[in-house]
Design a binder for this molecule. Structure first.
Ligand SMILES: *[C@@H]1O[C@H](CO)[C@@H](O)[C@H](O)[C@H]1NC(C)=O
Ligand SMILES: *[C@@H]1O[C@H](CO)[C@@H](O)[C@H](O)[C@H]1NC(C)=O
Ligand SMILES: *[C@@H]1O[C@H](CO)[C@@H](O)[C@H](O)[C@H]1NC(C)=O
Ligand SMILES: *[C@@H]1O[C@H](CO)[C@@H](O)[C@H](O)[C@H]1NC(C)=O
Ligand SMILES: *[C@@H]1O[C@H](CO)[C@@H](O)[C@H](O)[C@H]1NC(C)=O
Ligand SMILES: *[C@@H]1O[C@H](CO)[C@@H](O)[C@H](O)[C@H]1NC(C)=O
Length: 456
C-alpha cells in the first residue's frame, strides 16, 4: 500500500483509489496526480492506494522469464483483429499458447486474482485502520468496475464513492461492446481540433476536419498493405497496421498529447523511410527488465470473465459487433479480449449479481462527452442500478477527468467529498484545458482553487 497524507490538518479518514487497467498498480498515478487528488478532496483525507492483487508485491503475475521471451510471444500474431483476413484465426490460435504458458507459470495463484478479492482486500484494510469503519472510494476506468463490485457486495460499508470514466460492469464480466460507443466521435474531435489549431497541428494542411479524418483512415489502409520496416537498436521490426491503429487509439485517451500524435502521423504519412526510422528509433525504448507483473491485466480480466462461447465461430458475432461499433477502435483490442476469454483459470470468488444497491450517500459518477473507452452511455447504465446516484458530464474529449482539467468539475468533486452533496442531474461542466495543446490545464485550475482561499 502507499499513502498520501492529508495536507490540511489532521485526517478525517481515508479515501481508497484504483486507477484502472485492470492491473494499474497506482504508484505511478499517485506520483503524477497526487497534488490534484489532494486538492479535489479538500486536503482533509489520507489517500490510500492498495496494489491490486496481481501487481507489484501483491501476488505479482508474469508469464515469461524475460522481456525477450515476452516480445517473441507477441510476435506470433497481430494485435488488431482486422489486420488481415487471417488475423482472427491467428489471434485465436496464439491465445491458446499464451493461456497455457500463463497457467503453467502461475497455477498456484491465478485463481486468487480478480475483482471480488480486491474488493474484500479493501474492506480488510478499512477494518484494520479502525477509523469509522466506512469505505470512501475513488475509482477510474476499470476502477469503477471494482467500485461497482465493492458497492454491490458491501452496500452498508460505503461512505462517499466517486466513479470517473465509468465502465459498464455488466459487460466487463461478460462481453464488451458498449465501451466503443464514443470512440469514433473522439477521433472526429481530434480532427476538428487539429484543423482549428492549424498552426499547432502538423497534419492539418489545408484539410477540412472530415477530409483529415478520411486521410487518417486512408493512411491505415495503406499501411495495412505496405508496412514500414524499421531498423532499431534492438533489431528490425515492422511498423504495421496493428501498431499504427493502437497508437492512434491509445492517443485518443489523452488530448494533452494530441500535438505529439499529430507529429507522429505527419512523419508516418510523409512516406520518407529515412525520416520515419529516425523518428521512431528516437521514440523506441530499449528492452529492459519490465516489472514482474506485466500480465496482471490479462490475469485479472481473464479470472473475472463469465462467458460460455468456446470456439472462434461462436465468438465471431461478438467480434463483428465490435468492428461495426467503431471503425477506429473496434478491432484494436481483439487479441487482448480473446486472451481473456480463453484464460485457463477463473477466480475462486466472483461477483455475479446485478449491480443494484442502495447506499447511505448518493454515488457521484463523471463521464466525459467523448471518451474513447468509457462512454457516457455506460455511466447512465451503471447509475440506473445505484439508488440516488448522479452523472456529471464534463464537456471534453479523452479518458477520465485527469487528462483535461475543469474548475467546475474540480469544485463539484471537492464539494462532494467535503459536504456529501452531489450536483443536480443534467449538470455539464466545461473543460478549462486549452484545446490541442500539450497542457492538461491542472496547473491553472489548481491555482484558481487555491485562489478561492481554500486549502490546500
Ligand atoms: C504448475 O506450476 C508448477 C510450478 O510453476 C509447474 O512446474 C507445473 O508444470 C504447473 N502445472 C501445470 C499443469 O501447468
Ligand atoms: C492546399 O495546400 C497545398 C500545399 O500544401 C497547395 O498545393 C494547394 O493549392 C492548397 N489547396 C487549397 C485549396 O488551398
Ligand atoms: C527523406 O528525408 C531525408 C531527411 O530529412 C531527406 O534528406 C531526403 O531527401 C528525403 N527523401 C525523399 C525521397 O524525399
Ligand atoms: C476492416 O477492414 C475493412 C477492409 O480493409 C474495412 O473496410 C473496414 O472498415 C475495417 N473495419 C474495422 C473496424 O477496422
Ligand atoms: C446495462 O447494460 C447491460 C449490459 O449491456 C444491459 O443488460 C442492461 O439492460 C443495461 N441496463 C440499463 C438500465 O440500461
Ligand atoms: C459545505 O457546506 C457548508 C455549509 O453548507 C458551506 O459553508 C461550505 O461552503 C460548503 N463547502 C464546499 C466546499 O462546498
Amino acid at each position: 500500500m502507499i499513502k498520501i497524507a492529508a495536507s490540511s490538518g489532521p485526517s478525517q479518514g481515508s479515501i481508497f483509489f484504483n486507477f484502472g487497467g485492470p492491473g494499474s498498480a497506482g504508484d505511478t498515478e499517485f506520483a503524477v496526480y497526487g497534488d490534484v487528488l489532494l486538492a479535489l478532496t479538500g486536503g482533509v483525507y489520507d489517500l490510500i492506494n492498495i496494489f491490486p492483487r496481481g501487481t507489484r508485491t501483491n501476488l505479482p503475475f508474469s508469464c515469461y522469464d524475460s522481456p525477450e521471451e515476452r516480445n517473441l510471444a507477441a510476435r506470433l500474431r497481430p494485435s488488431a483483429g482486422n489486420a488481415s483476413d487471417v488475423a482472427l484465426g491467428t489471434i485465436w490460435a496464439a491465445s491458446e499458447t499464451i493461456a497455457n504458458r500463463c497457467y503453467q507459470r502461475n497455477n498456484q495463484t491465478a485463481h486468487l486474482l480478480g475483482t471480488a478479492f480486491t474488493a474484500r482486500d479493501i474492506i480488510s484494510v478499512v477494518d484494520a485502520l479502525g477509523e469509522d469503519g466506512l469505505v470512501r472510494y475513488w475509482g477510474i476506468s476499470y476502477g469503477t468496475v471494482l467500485g461497482a463490485t465493492l458497492v454491490s457486495m458491501f452496500p452498508d460499508r460505503m461512505d462517499k464513492v466517486l466513479f470517473d470514466g465509468v465502465v459498464n460492469a455488466h459487460e466487463y464480466y461478460t462481453n464488451e461492446l458498449e465501451y466503443l460507443s464514443d470512440t469514433d466521435k473522439t477521433l472526429s474531435i481530434f480532427a476538428s481540433q487539429c484543423v482549428e489549431a492549424r498552426d499547432r497541428c502538423k497534419i492539418a494542411g489545408n484539410y477540412t476536419a472530415k477530409e483529415l479524418e478520411d486521410a487518417i483512415y486512408a493512411g491505415l489502409e495503406r499501411i495495412k498493405y505496405n508496412p514500414i520496416p524499421l531498423y532499431l537498436s534492438t533489431g528490425a521490426m515492422l511498423l504495421d497496421y496493428s501498431a499504427l491503429k493502437s497508437t492512434i487509439f491509445g492517443g485518443l485517451y489523452a488530448p494533452q498529447t494530441w500535438p505529439l500524435l499529430a507529429s507522429s502521423l505527419d512523419v508516418l504519412f510523409s512516406g520518407n523511410t529515412t525520416t520515419i526510422t529516425a523518428y521512431f528509433s528516437a521514440l523506441s525504448v530499449n528492452i529492459e527488465d519490465g516489472p514482474d507483473d506485466t500480465e496482471a491485466l490479462l490475469a485479472i480480466r481473464g479470472s473475472d470473465k463469465l462467458i460460455s462461447e468456446s470456439t472462434l465461430d461462436q465468438f465471431l458475432p461478438h467480434t463483428q459487433a465490435r468492428f461495426g461499433k467503431s471503425r477506429i477502435g473496434g478491432d484494436v483490442a481483439e487479441a487482448s479480449i480473446i486472451d481473456c476469454l480463453r484464460w485457463k483459470t477463473r477466480a475462486k470468488e466472483r461477483y455475479e449479481g446485478d449491480f443494484r444497491a442502495e447506499t447511505r450517500n448518493p454515488i457521484l459518477m463523471i463521464a466525459n462527452t467523448a471518451d474513447p473507452v468509457t462512454p457516457r452511455a455506460s455511466a447512465y447504465n451503471m447509475s440506473a442500478g445505484f439508488e440516488g446516484s448522479v452523472v456529471l458530464e464534463q464537456d471534453s474529449p479523452g479518458h477520465s477527468i485527469l487528462v483535461q482539467a475543469s474548475l467546475c468539475t474540480a469544485k463539484a468533486v471537492r464539494e462532494y467529498f467535503l459536504n456529501g452533496t452531489v450536483v443536480e442531474p443534467g449538470t455539464v461542466c466545461k473543460s478549462d484545458a486549452p484545446p490541442f495543446a500539450m497542457d492538461d490545464g491542472w496547473d491553472s485550475v489548481l491555482a484558481q482553487l487555491r485562489g478561492n482561499g481554500e486549502s490546500p
